[in-house]
Write a protein of this length. Structure first.
Length: 252
């Protein structure tokens, strides 16, 4: 909504929305449960005309949203194109279609610029990125697309559950962790020790990073910040260090 210039239309949001857009965390707006734990009473109290939610969902939470009896726009993107389409849908519902097209165009331009800068480096690091640690869940397809735009090769199946040995066998050159809801607090050193990953290239070369959750797991314009973090992790000598990334051995 911020990118569409419609933040004043937001009457309630989740704490994860506030992580991405701190401006919404004020006394004018209620902080409500997310799409995993939605509560009909909170939706009623917010007096909203429309509920917009996105993955991940829990069946009971969707039931609570529906029970509230408010118009519901439920989104479930997997790819960057899905995200672009969802932005267009939200903009259309809010009578801001032209602004939506501008937001999508800006995102496409930013991704194309990074892709162009990374296309002639002559190397394509193998990258594993996970969105959860127990069990290990690989990041979503849109993250794999961002890694490809930054010149890397995503190892494993995006969005799938995997295991310690499978990741180790892939011998990733770079390891990225962006755990849902963890912000920047992924315990990189503990992961390496507990999983016995001392011998994989990413660990031997200290190419182990935590990227802030909201930069990779929120299907919105904040993904451009995630792309910049990925590009720096893969090519630190060629990109300025952005906000939202921490390398192993550094304080969180």
């Amino acid at each position: 909504m911020r990118d569409l210039g419609l933040l004043d239309r937001v009457v309630a949001c989740t704490k994860y929305c506030a992580d991405v857009c701190p401006e919404v965390a004020d006394r004018k707006r209620q902080i409500v449960s997310d799409s995993w734990t939605s509560q009909a009473e909170q939706i009623h109290a917010a007096q909203a005309d429309l509920v917009i939610a996105s993955v991940p969902y829990q069946l009971e939470a969707v039931g609570e949203i529906l029970k509230a009896g408010v118009r519901f726009l439920g989104l479930a993107p997997r790819t960057l194109n899905d995200i672009f389409a969802d932005i267009a849908v939200i903009a259309g519902v809010m009578d801001a279609a032209e602004r939506g097209r501008g937001v999508v165009a800006d995102m496409r331009k930013a991704i194309a610029e990074v892709r162009a800068r990374c296309s002639n480096y002559g190397v394509s690091p193998k990258v594993f990125c996970e969105e959860w640690g127990k069990p290990i869940i690989a990041s979503q397809p849109w993250v794999a697309e961002l890694i490809a735009a930054a010149g890397g090769r995503f190892v494993g199946e995006p969005g799938a559950t995997t295991n310690i040995q499978t990741v180790a066998d892939a011998q990733p050159d770079v390891f990225l962790a962006a755990w849902c809801g963890a912000g920047d607090r992924v315990p990189l050193e503990k992961i390496v020790v507990q999983r016995g990953w001392a011998g994989i290239p990413a660990v031997q070369n200290r190419q182990v990073f935590c990227i802030n959750d909201e930069l990779l797991n929120t299907p919105a314009t904040s993904l451009i910040g995630g792309l910049k973090a990925i590009a720096w992790a893969l090519y630190p000598a060629r990109f300025p260090r952005p906000f939202g990334i921490r390398q192993i051995g550094q304080e969180s």
